[in-house]
Design a protein around this ligand. Structure first.
Ligand code: PBG
Length: 324
């Protein structure tokens, strides 16, 4: 294979040839749409930092889920914005909490839509941390009990998959035990196995008002400099019986996605997070980027790196293009 006899441009000559040799394809089957459920009624308010995404009250959530389902998107992941927060995030594991109610509404309206729930107390705590706080420390083991309780209320409400995003040690195992001991052996766990302490969560924290009130999340989320640590985190979650692994964020961590895909055989998800969304949305608004092309290229790259599923705020827009 050598120029001038071999010419790679032959295989790029026409749209039809390019279609034939294309190695990777996005499918709507890969997409998971994050939804923000809030208290109140009759509310659908746009998130300032994430134009095109909304905080939606429980009574309106089923209509949104129907739209998502009608686009062929197989799954949603739910985040809650409670009316009140406290030290231990008790709304997170209240059987009548907003996410718990939203799960029921969605499952009633769209029984075959897969409902995933984020399991983490930061949106529900006054301090905004993902665990129980004592002094300036985020405690690991006392948090596990709350996460188990939270996952159980989601399972009881009808969630198909629970997704712990807190990065406490041992949480996948603790949640598995809590679910199994209460008869929810069929509820799956999608583990945010390699979740980095990232600047790209900024817009999400505005959406949920969940920024930590002191310090940062570096004592539990991973250091962006590390990749072998991601392998260890994943290995632990597999021992604890995670069903699906996740890397988060996606675009700045494509190497991590690739490594995990090559080394392990579980389904792999990647979270194209709020900051990745907002950067493209903002640049497009300025006229600096073609929104649709930048979106599709990003999603394709995440898939090419090895992600089987992509959690993305672009899911509805991408589905519309893929369905054409
Ligand atoms: C924690 C959680 C966060 C995100 C998902 N789950 C925020 C954080 O860790 O600070 C971020 C998602 C995004 O930025 O899109 N409950």
């Amino acid at each position: 294979m050598k120029f001038p006899e071999y010419r790679p441009r032959r295989m790029r000559a026409t749209p039809t040839i390019r279609r034939m040799v294309r190695e990777n394809r996005l499918s709507v089957d890969m997409l998971i749409y994050p939804m923000f459920v809030r208290y109140g009624s009759g509310v659908k308010e746009e998130i300032g930092s994430m134009p095109g995404n909304y905080r939606i009250s429980v009574d309106r959530i089923a209509a949104e889920a129907k739209e998502v389902e009608s686009l062929g998107i197989p799954a949603v992941i739910l985040f809650g914005i409670p009316e009140t927060k406290d030290e231990t995030g008790s709304e997170a594991y209240n059987q009548d909490g907003i996410v718990q109610r939203a799960i029921k509404e969605i499952k009633n309206a769209c029984p075959s839509l897969v409902v995933i729930t984020d399991v983490c107390i930061d949106e529900y705590t006054t301090h905004g941390h993902c665990g129980v706080v004592r002094g300036d420390k985020v405690l690991n083991d006392p948090t596990l009990e709350l996460l188990g309780a939270m996952a159980l209320t989601h399972a009881r409400a009808g969630a198909d998959i629970v997704a712990p995003s807190d990065m406490m040690d041992g949480r996948v195992g603790a949640i598995r035990i809590a679910l199994d001991q209460n008869g929810h052996t069929d509820v799956a766990i999608m583990s945010y196995a390699a979740k980095y302490a990232s600047a790209f969560y900024g817009p999400f924290r505005e959406a949920c008002d969940s920024a930590p009130q002191f310090g940062d999340r570096a004592s539990y989320q991973m250091d962006p400099a590390n990749s072998m640590e991601a392998i260890r985190e994943v290995a632990l979650d597999i021992v604890e019986n995670a069903d699906i692994l996740m890397v988060k964020p996606a675009l700045p961590y494509l190497d991590i996605i690739r490594r995990i895909k090559s080394q392990f055989n579980l389904p792999l998800a990647a979270y194209n997070v709020s900051g990745e969304y907002s950067m493209i949305a903002a640049a497009a608004k300025m006229g600096w980027l073609d929104r649709d092309r930048a979106m599709m290229e990003s999603l394709l790259s995440i898939h090419r790196a090895g992600a089987d599923m992509i959690l993305t705020y672009f899911a509805k827009d991408a589905a519309k293009i893929l369905n054409r």
